[in-house]
Design a protein around this ligand. Structure first.
Ligand SMILES: Nc1nc2c(ncn2[C@@H]2O[C@H](COP(=O)(O)OP(=O)(O)OP(=O)(O)O)[C@@H](O)[C@H]2O)c(=O)[nH]1
Ligand SMILES: [Mg+2]
Length: 328
């Protein structure tokens, strides 16, 4: 199961206290109390593994270790170790109190999200000409505490969308080395699948239906994964006798979710062309073209038609020079 959203609480470590100490042999040599170590910080780091949010499903509270108190002989207490939490690239870290968002977009990228508290100074640091035996020290400061929502927005170049059973997963499997589950029944795909065509990442999004926006079917929560794609491949099964209606159904759900989605570059892909005779196919394309703006690109494909699959692959490649992932 792909966990793409998690709420967690994190607390950075507290700084250790400074201490009061004096040279034991000769009191007159003065103060020697060291500084407390800094508390550990909480740091997020980007990784390729899209399942990296799964660990937050059960464990919700994360504490970085505290710094230790200062030591005698002017020694500082050891600092608390930073707590490193790995999250998939494409994770938005949302601060639930300040509403501020930060994003992890690259593998290895680090974001210091909660800084550990500073250790307090020991009495060694308070010595002066007037006071050669100070008993003053500072307490360590608390680490930052945050409530966060982590939200994964897959970084795919291309999103495959459409009604259930339009053939999205079958296509993903043909175009990439993915092994997405394919089934005759609706809603075979319950979570987005990813596949790579060279450096181009394709996301197969679970089927949408009319009313998905209100939670019908699997709802629209997976649409967040195509917010960053530049191109959508809208799959329409040629089994249907009303392609235009099917097309509009999906477009409306996209628009209700985010009007920006329907401004994305779109390729209309008529799937399962092997099920129709040539004249039937042409009739359906003609009908659809009448309703669409002329500029709209329509392509037909079947998973049993190698030529069409190759053409689709080359169109995707040629249209995606600017979409190639930086981190790949
Ligand atoms: N004849 C024919 N059948 C196809 C083709 N592509 C997919 N199918 C069949 O259509 C059915 C649905 O395919 P899927 O790939 O699971 O469809 P999907 O769009 O991923 O469906 P959901 O995950 O439920 O949204 C399966 O029985 C496939 O074998 C095709 O090109 N030709
Ligand atoms: Mg599917």
């Amino acid at each position: 199961m792909l966990i793409d959203e998690a709420k967690i609480k994190i607390t950075a470590g507290r700084g250790g206290n400074g201490i009061v100490a004096f040279d034991k042999i000769k009191m007159s040599l003065g103060p020697t109390g060291g500084r407390g170590g800094n508390g550990g910080s909480v740091i997020f780091v980007g990784v390729e593994d899209v399942f990296a949010l799964n660990k937050f499903r059960h464990k919700k509270i994360y504490l970085a270790p505290n710094g230790q108190d200062g030591r005698n002989n002017r020694s500082d207490g050891p600092a608390g170790k930073d707590l490193i939490l790995s999250v998939p690239i494409g994770t938005v870290i949302h601060d639930l109190i300040t509403q501020k968002d930060q994003e992890i977009t690259e593998i290895g990228q680090e974001i210091l999200i909660a800084k550990g508290g500073i250790g307090g100074r020991g009495n060694f640091y308070f010595r002066s000409a007037n006071n050669t035996s100070p008993k003053k020290y500072e307490e360590g400061k608390p680490g930052k505490k945050l409530e966060l929502k982590l939200e994964l927005r897959l970084i795919a170049d291309i999103g495959l969308i459409g009604l259930p059973s339009a053939g999205k997963s079958s296509l993903l499997n043909e175009l990439t080395a993915a092994h997405a589950k394919v089934g005759e029944y609706h809603f075979t795909t319950l979570e987005p699948n990813l596949g790579a065509m060279g450096k181009i990442i394709l996301a197969d999004i679970p089927g949408l239906i009319e009313g998905a926006f209100q939670g019908k079917g699997l709802g629209i929560k997976f649409l967040r994964h195509i917010q960053r794609t530049k191109t959508l491949i809208h799959c329409l099964s040629l089994e249907s006798n009303n392609l235009w209606h099917n097309y509009q159904t999906i477009r409306q759900e996209l628009e209700k979710y985010n009007p920006e989605l329907i401004k994305k570059k779109e390729l209309i892909l008529l799937t399962k062309s092997d099920l129709l005779k040539k004249d039937e196919l042409h009739k359906k394309i003609k009908e659809l073209r009448k309703k669409l703006k002329n500029s709209q690109k329509i392509l037909t494909v079947s998973i049993y038609d190698w030529e069409a699959l190759e053409e689709l692959q080359s169109i995707i490649k040629n249209n995606n020079h600017s979409l190639v992932l930086k981190s790949k």
